[in-house]
Design a protein around this ligand. Structure first.
Ligand code: ZN
Length: 483
C-alpha cells in the first residue's frame, strides 16, 4: 500500500470516529462531547513532518485535497486548547437580566423574539460585553495561526488558505465588490422600508433589530411544526427520491432532552451512514434549516461509494453548501410554497426572505473584504470591521464582535462561492426542467448524478459542464438587484 493510500485510510477512520462523537453528543445520546482523546489516538496524522510531506504532493488533485485537510487540521490542533477555553468561557457565562441569570447563549434567541427596540439593544449590549471579555484570547489565537502558516513556508495565513483551498480570492473579491455596488440601491431602499415596518428609525438601527426583523414571527402560521417532515418527504418524492427507502440516510426526529435545537447533518461514513437530525419546532427559520441540512444529507448519502476518501469528503465545501442552499431557498419559490405547503399568497413572506438573502450576501461580501485585512494586519481590525460592515449594511455594527464573527480559514469565501454556484445551478435547473424543477424526477436524476461525484470536481468545473464560462456571481447579483 502506498503512503498516500495508507494515510487516506487513517484519515477516513479518524473522520468516522470524530463525526460519530459529534453525532452522539449533538443528538443528545451522550452527555458530553469528548474529541480530545480522538485527536490523541490519531496524533500521527497531524505531525508537522506529515504536513510538510503532504504539502509536496499537491500536483495531483487527490494529494491536494488531502494536503489542504491535514494542514488545516494541523493548525486547529495547535490552537485547540485556546479554542476550548474560549468556548467553555462562553458556555459558562451568564448575564443579569431582570433579576435572573441568563446564559450567554440564550441572548441571541431572546433578542430575535424581543418586540421592544430598547430592550433588544440592552440585551445586545450585554451580549457584546461578554463577547469582548474573550477578545484577548481570540487575538492570541489568530496570531498563532498566522505564525504557524508562515512557519509552514507560506507568505501568510491568507496565502495558505487561498492556495490550499483553491478559493481564487482575488477574483472572488473583485466579483463581490461588483455585487455590493450593483445591489446597493435596492438594498438601502428595502432596508428603510423593512425597518419602518418594525418601527425602527434607520439612524438608530443596529444588528439586533435586523435579527428581530428576520425572525419573521408573523409568518410562523405558514410553516407549522406538524407539516415539516411531510414537506421534506413530499419535496424529495417530487424529485423521485423516496426518503423511506434510503437505508443509509437516517432521519432522527426523536425528542431527547439533550438534543441540539438546530437541525444538523452528520456524514459519519460516506455514503453508508448519514444522519439528518432535527427537533422540529416549526416557523420559517426551522424549515430553512431542515431543508439546508437535507441538502447536505442528500449530497453525502448519494456519493459513489467506490471513490477515494478525498473525493467523497474533502475538496471544496462550497459544493456541499451550494446543494444545501438549493434546498434551503425552496420556500422563496412561490410554486413550492403553493404545491408543498398549500400557501396561496406567500408574497409578503417571499419579499422578506429575499431581503434576508440579500442582507446575508452583503454581510458575507463585506466580511470577506474585512477578513482579507484582518489576516494581513491585526492592528486596525476593530475599526475596519465596523466601517466595512457598516458601509455595506447601513446599521450600527458592534465593534466587540470583530473577532468572534470570523470563521477560520475563510469559510466565508466558501459560503460565497456556494451562493454563487447555487444561483447558477438553480438557473440551469429552471431552464431545463421548468420553474417547478423540484417536482421533476428528471431534475432529481440530474442532481443525483452531481451528488454521486462527491466533491471531486470544483464548482468552476461543474459550472462549465452546465454551459457557463465558469463560476460567476453575475447571475446571483442580477437576481438580487432585481428584487
Ligand atoms: Zn451548510
Amino acid at each position: 500500500m502506498s503512503m498516500i493510500e495508507d494515510f487516506e485510510q487513517q484519515a477516513e477512520a479518524f473522520h468516522q470516529e470524530l463525526y460519530r462523537e459529534y453525532y452522539l453528543a449533538e443528538a443528545g445520546l451522550k452527555e458530553q462531547l469528548s474529541i480530545t482523546p480522538i485527536y490523541e489516538r490519531y496524533a500521527l496524522l497531524f505531525g508537522a513532518d506529515v504536513v510538510r510531506e503532504l504539502l509536496t504532493l499537491t500536483n495531483d488533485r487527490r494529494g491536494r485535497y488531502l494536503a489542504e485537510w491535514v494542514t488545516l487540521e494541523y493548525l486547529e490542533n495547535l490552537v485547540k486548547g485556546v479554542t476550548e477555553d474560549i468556548s467553555n468561557a462562553m458556555r459558562q457565562a451568564t448575564v443579569e437580566w431582570e433579576g435572573q441569570h441568563v446564559p450567554y447563549h440564550n441572548l441571541r434567541p431572546m433578542i430575535s423574539n424581543e418586540p421592544d427596540m430598547s430592550r433588544r439593544h440592552r440585551l445586545d449590549e450585554l451580549e457584546r460585553e461578554i463577547t469582548a471579555s474573550e477578545n484577548t484570547r481570540r487575538e492570541q489565537r489568530f496570531r498563532s495561526l498566522h505564525d504557524e502558516a508562515r512557519g509552514l513556508g507560506f507568505d501568510n495565513y491568507l496565502a495558505l488558505c487561498d492556495q490550499l483551498r483553491g478559493l481564487n480570492l482575488v477574483s472572488l473579491t473583485e466579483q463581490m465588490r461588483i455585487l455590493l455596488d450593483e445591489t446597493r440601491d435596492v438594498f438601502f431602499r428595502r432596508l428603510e422600508r423593512f425597518l419602518n415596518s418594525i418601527e425602527v428609525p434607520t439612524e438608530r438601527a443596529g444588528t439586533p433589530d435586523v435579527l428581530y426583523l428576520f425572525r419573521g414571527r408573523t409568518f410562523d402560521a405558514l410553516f407549522p411544526k406538524e407539516a415539516m417532515i411531510p414537506a421534506l418527504t413530499t419535496t424529495l418524492a417530487g424529485m423521485g427520491i423516496d426518503l423511506t427507502q434510503q437505508d443509509n440516510l437516517e432521519l432522527d426526529i426523536e425528542p431527547r432532552p439533550l438534543k441540539s435545537p438546530r437541525a444538523f447533518c452528520v456524514p459519519i461514513r460516506i455514503p453508508e451512514e448519514v444522519k439528518l437530525v432535527i427537533k422540529p419546532i416549526g416557523g420559517p427559520a426551522d424549515y430553512a434549516s431542515l431543508l439546508h441540512e437535507a441538502g447536505h444529507a442528500e449530497h453525502f448519502s448519494n456519493v459513489d461509494p467506490g471513490m477515494p476518501f478525498p473525493f467523497k469528503r474533502l475538496g471544496d465545501n462550497s459544493l456541499t453548501e451550494a446543494y444545501a442552499f438549493l434546498f434551503h431557498y425552496l420556500p422563496l419559490n412561490h410554486h413550492w410554497l403553493q404545491r408543498i405547503l398549500g400557501v396561496e399568497d406567500g408574497g409578503a413572506y417571499i419579499k422578506l426572505a429575499r431581503f434576508q438573502r440579500l442582507w446575508l450576501l452583503r454581510r458575507y461580501s463585506s466580511k470577506l473584504l474585512y477578513e482579507l485585512e484582518l489576516h494581513t494586519e491585526l492592528e486596525e481590525a476593530e475599526q475596519r470591521y465596523v466601517s466595512l460592515l457598516g458601509d455595506a449594511l447601513g446599521v450600527a455594527i458592534g465593534a466587540e464582535n470583530y473577532l468572534a464573527d470570523v470563521d477560520d480559514a475563510f469559510y466565508c469565501a466558501q459560503y460565497l462561492r456556494g451562493w454563487i454556484f447555487e444561483a447558477q445551478l438553480r438557473r440551469f435547473l429552471e431552464n431545463r426542467f421548468g420553474a417547478e424543477w423540484f417536482s421533476s424526477s428528471e431534475a432529481g436524476e440530474y442532481l443525483i448524478s452531481l451528488w454521486r461525484q462527491g466533491q471531486q470536481f470544483r464548482p468552476e468545473e461543474l459550472a462549465i459542464s452546465m454551459g457557463y464560462d465558469g463560476l460567476h456571481s453575475k447571475y446571483l447579483a442580477e437576481e438580487l438587484a432585481s428584487m
